[in-house]
Design a protein around this ligand. Structure first.
Ligand code: ASP
Ligand code: MG
Length: 416
């Protein structure tokens, strides 16, 4: 970078922020302010809200069994429209800008169509334009495969485009503009007293995202964590730009002064529970059950194996995502003939509630508080799983709101 190079910023705008011509004009005005603040800006845009769903529906209507390469060609196109419109909007207000499709940069990905991973971004073309005073507007969600075909990064993938581009450009920050003003201690639709967090660590955000908080694509958080990209979630609707950190900053744990035990409560309704009743209690049984599921690409999440009272049989319970549930049953049916079991019982009316916080690493008693709180509300815990910074429980779906509210209070997260 030459001495004269300006600091860089990536500003990403989600579907509701670019939902029409007026919204895109608003985006251009926000970008202009950061350019006036002295930044070279790469803007990353999503498709207008609802567009990608429409495109995906069209591919299904044409044929439910379509080639994933054509799915990507079609699904990625919504972003091309917003990138072009945003560049026009910027030019119109005196900010020179050019649009870039993923392949033009190029954003190189693997060939996993429909949920490709970014392998490499060459920022040279954008940097050359920066040097000439031209800002970049990049179509999010898309890249190019080793075979030279267009790929998409999975639903919500423009977050990942933005963070990856911020890493490649060594941007000062990646600001993700959306329709909420930050990351909350829990879902504000359930808990009125949910509070916006000023900062959250990469690790906590990763858990929040993968456990059901929808504000950032999980992969984008992984990407931010690996490359140490400071990433802010903020609203495009309240007229503020990023420098004063009005949103939630996802950053290193060390940068967070406020010490708290638990940072957030997440929940996921996307759970299904499967129990194999009375399987033999001997070596190799877990391997025989879970290997075929893994081979079929089915993610198994929580697992409990009960102690057998007679030393001969035991119950094995585990959970999968709802989308994998039917397939998991089929895989079991095809593979379990060698393993005796009394029956398979299932329940899709379950929810996983998780408490998350890096404070757990150094403080005991976090799990106990959770169990006690749920017990006081008469909520039965079906399965438990823990990691270094989270405790998750599976409970009946009807208790979701009650559990989340009670836990939010119990961990002192309630705002005014
Ligand atoms: N437009 C894509 C989607 O709806 C990507 C994104 O918005 O992040 O999933
Ligand atoms: Mg999104």
């Amino acid at each position: 970078m030459s001495a004269a190079a300006k600091p860089r910023l990536v500003m990403k705008f989600g579907g509701t922020s670019v939902a029409g011509v007026e919204r895109i004009r608003n985006v251009a005005a926000l970008v202009k302010r950061e350019v006036e603040n002295g930044y070279d800006v790469a803007v990353v845009v999503s498709a207008m809200s609802g567009e990608t769903n429409k495109l995906v529906a069209l591919t299904r209507e044409m044929s439910p069994l379509h080639d994933a390469r054509e799915y990507d060609a079609i699904a990625s196109s919504g972003e091309n429209v917003t990138a072009g419109l945003t560049a026009i909007a910027l030019d119109t207000i005196g900010v020179p800008a050019r649009s870039w499709a993923g392949w033009q940069i190029p954003i190189k990905t693997d060939g996993v169509h429909g949920s490709a991973s970014i392998l490499d971004i060459d920022p040279k073309g954008i940097e050359d334009r920066f040097a000439q005073g031209t800002m970049a507007v990049v179509a999010g969600f898309q890249g190019i495969s080793p075979e030279g075909r267009i790929t998409t990064l999975g639903r919500g993938g423009s977050d990942t485009s933005a963070v990856a581009l911020a890493a490649a450009l060594k941007a000062e920050r990646c600001d993700i503009y959306t329709d909420v003003d930050g990351v909350y201690t829990t879902d504000p639709r359930i808990v009125e007293k949910a509070r916006k967090l000023d900062k959250i660590s990469y690790e906590e955000m990763l858990e929040m995202a993968s456990l059901g908080a929808k504000v950032l694509q999980t992969r984008s958080v992984e990407m931010a964590m690996i490359h140490r990209v400071k990433t802010q979630v903020l609203s495009s609707f309240d007229g503020q730009v990023g420098a004063d950190l009005p949103g939630t900053l996802v950053c290193d744990e060390d940068e967070i002064m406020e010490k708290r035990l638990v940072s957030g409560i997440a929940y996921s309704r996307d759970e299904a529970k499967i129990t194999l009743v009375k399987v033999p209690d001997r070596p190799g049984v877990a391997a025989a059950i879970f290997s075929p599921l893994a081979d079929a690409g089915i993610n198994v999440d929580m697992i409990v194996q009960n102690v057998s009272d007679d030393g001969k049989t035991t119950d094995m319970t585990f959970t999968t995502g709802k989308a994998d549930f039917e397939r998991a049953l089929k895989v079991l049916e095809d593979n379990l003939h060698d393993i005796r079991h009394e029956r398979v019982s299932t329940d899709t009316n379950v929810v996983k509630v998780s408490v998350i916080g890096v404070g757990m690493r150094t403080h005991a008693g976090v799990a106990q508080t959770m169990f006690k709180t749920l017990a006081e509300k008469g909520i039965n815990i079906q399965v438990i799983s823990t990691s270094e910074i989270k405790v998750s429980v599976l409970i009946a779906a009807e208790y979701t709101e009650l559990a989340v509210r009670a836990l939010h209070t119990a961990y002192g997260l309630d705002g005014p």
